[in-house]
Ligand binder design. Sequence first.
Ligand SMILES: NC(=O)c1ccc[n+]([C@@H]2O[C@H](COP(=O)([O-])OP(=O)(O)OC[C@H]3O[C@@H](n4cnc5c(N)ncnc54)[C@H](O)[C@@H]3O)[C@@H](O)[C@H]2O)c1
Length: 325
Amino acid sequence: MVPQDMKTLITGAAGFIGSHLAEALVAEGREVLALDDLSTGNMENLRGLNGHERFRFVEGDVRDRALVATLVRDCAEVYHLAAAVGAALVMQQPVRTLEVNVAGTASVLAAATQAEARVFLASTSEVYGRSSAAVQHEEDDLGFGPSTRPRWGYACSKALDEWLALAHASEDGLQVVVGRIFNTTGPRQSGRYGMVLPRFVQAALHAEPLVVHGDGLQTRCFSHVKDTVRAICRLMQTPAAYRQVVNIGSTEEVTIRELAERVVRIAKSSSPIVHWPVEQAFSEGYEDLPRRRPCTKKLRALTGFTPAIPLDEIIAALCHEGARG
Ligand SMILES: NC(=O)c1ccc[n+]([C@@H]2O[C@H](COP(=O)([O-])OP(=O)(O)OC[C@H]3O[C@@H](n4cnc5c(N)ncnc54)[C@H](O)[C@@H]3O)[C@@H](O)[C@H]2O)c1
């Protein structure tokens, strides 16, 4: 049972997942402090919490160690979601990607260690690198491409975050859960930084071509953001999950070509589906991943969690929202 007045910091709270998480925790009775630099997030995402007595927003950078230490000081829990995210952004801003994801996480983990706060660290399925295994298990090897390709900087920075979190756990006794989040989507996600489903939905709603990268046979599993948030909350309430790395995601696997077809059908769109070479879609040196499907046994065993919202419902919700650019 969560104490009603537990003070909680969410970094990246004005972002897509962070804003849904903030709503869920405030609804649970928590006092939530939100930190965000509004680089990819925006205040519109937090409209529903504006003026709420148990919600406070602070604009700032997670790399600002003094600020983060001050915010974490009175918190029992920290959900660290702030990061440079999105294939397009990672390719365009490789320095910022590495600096925010590594130095920002170092700052949050140091402050949480000092304050003896529990931490949820948002990692990513990208850390599985070039894996083409049918299913990705938490104990699999991580196999990145070369450092001459900036696209691997994101995966590498998040893997380093995991190591740093687990190092604080073993050296300093930090109570931390590492969640490897697989593709999460739903209302409020922006297509601007390369996220596939909002991009498809927006194109379908404007009768523009849906651009599939490569042959479209690469597969993904999409989880609704409300399911992802439920899984994150359950993990943080489960003592056995601390010091563990846990996959979070859906197991409903779909090829990107099929995803485009489903979007066209559900949006009742006349849009054509076209294929572009992957390199043309982003820039030279980008490579797509062949297959992403989480093994969710560990998540289920720890928390009993299973995703509740199927893909067609997620697509319908995004079509309804009108998807954002
Ligand atoms: N959405 C997904 O499918 C997915 C998959 C795997 C992992 N994740 C992880 O989940 C987390 C949230 O991702 P999201 O999809 O909500 O993306 P998002 O871009 O909407 O959220 C990231 C938030 O962090 C903020 N931010 C960036 N740099 C910052 C800085 N220096 N200081 C303070 N705030 C900063 C942004 O403004 C934004 O609000 C990220 O850590 C991401 O790596 C997301």
